[in-house]
Design a binder for this molecule. Structure first.
Ligand code: G1P
Length: 296
């Protein structure tokens, strides 16, 4: 079954400069959690407990986030503040994190190929953390893992976008097999609206079978001179079968400032406040006064 999930996180995040000058864009906070943690939690909820990061220079904060912080934890031990770390501590204790580096920025296909060493010869998921996805009931990856169990082929998540935005996405053409599930016939990376085969855009959630690695190796640079994952998946679709799945849920494009703010407002109102009301984010009663920890 699928146990592994790759996170390509080597990108520079230039759209958020200057904040991303020395801080990974994946660590930008959406209310009280870094963006990447939402993706990791979605993967773990789907049963994927082996997380692989394809990382790069200047991204060490990600590895530190998914590790124990002895000094900090010692400082706040026994105070109400410990409660703020409960979720991330559980995540760290129940999940394996591995890292490899992408030395050159040669596109998403190249990033995924750099992760081959972490994945080996088994099916795996990919999360692009920029796309923050909130499922309606199940998370988006959980929905896709269920489909994989049934169909055993690569699956890409899709959603309808306005026709004048196709240039931002990989866009598919497919035949609808059943409600919201398409068999892919064509895929184009970031087409102009007049060249787009539909308005069904690929969102940053994939399940891929491991033959994708050899296909990427054969894929020449495409759009913008980069090795495109979309082009390699199209070969898979032509040789066999690839599905595109219109997921149930909402996606925020946190790679753009507008989408990021929208996600922040949504999470604050509908997730954070709800958890606070359910006391999930209220500090526990202190067994040691907070002041002591602060002055220690
Ligand atoms: C990547 C993929 C694209 C996909 C998009 C989803 O593009 O290349 O096919 O639609 O992610 O977010 P990027 O946004 O990294 O340029």
């Amino acid at each position: 079954m699928i146990r592994k999930c790759l996170f390509p996180v080597a990108g520079y995040g230039t759209r958020f400069l200057p904040v991303t000058k020395s801080m990974p864009k994946e660590m930008l906070p959406v209310v009280n959690k870094p963006l990447v943690q939402y993706g990791v939690e979605e993967a773990v909820d789907a049963g994927l407990d082996q997380i692989g990061f394809v990382t790069g220079r200047g991204k060490r904060a990600i590895a530190d986030h998914f590790d124990i912080s002895y000094e900090l934890e010692n400082e706040i031990a026994g105070t109400s503040k410990e409660a703020f770390l409960t979720d991330i501590r559980t995540l760290i204790e129940t999940t394996d994190f591995s890292y490899t580096r992408q030395n050159h920025m040669k596109g998403l296909g190249h990033a995924i190929l750099s992760g081959e060493t972490l994945v080996g010869n088994e099916p795996f998921a990919v999360v692009l953390a920029d796309d923050l996805c909130l499922g309606e009931d199940d998370g988006v990856l959980s929905q896709m893992v269920k489909l994989y169990r049934q169909f055993r082929c690569s699956i890409v998540a899709i959603e309808e976008v306005p026709m004048d935005e196709t240039y931002k996405y990989g866009v598919i053409k497919g035949t609808e097999m059943k409600d919201g599930l398409f068999r892919v016939e064509d895929m184009v990376e970031k087409p102009a609206p007049e060249d787009a085969p539909s308005n069904l855009a690929i969102i940053g959630r994939y399940i891929l079978t491991p033959d994708i690695f050899d296909l990427i190796k054969e894929t020449p640079p495409g759009k913008n001179g980069e090795v495109q994952l979309t082009d390699a998946i199209l070969k898979q679709a032509k040789d066999g079968c690839v599905l595109a799945y219109k997921f149930r849920g909402t996606r925020f494009d946190c790679g753009s400032v507008d989408g990021f703010i929208e996600a922040t407002n949504h999470v604050y109102q509908h997730v954070y406040k709800a958890e606070e009301a359910a006391k999930k984010v209220t500090p526990l009663t202190a067994s040691k006064p907070d002041k002591e920890a602060e002055s220690a």
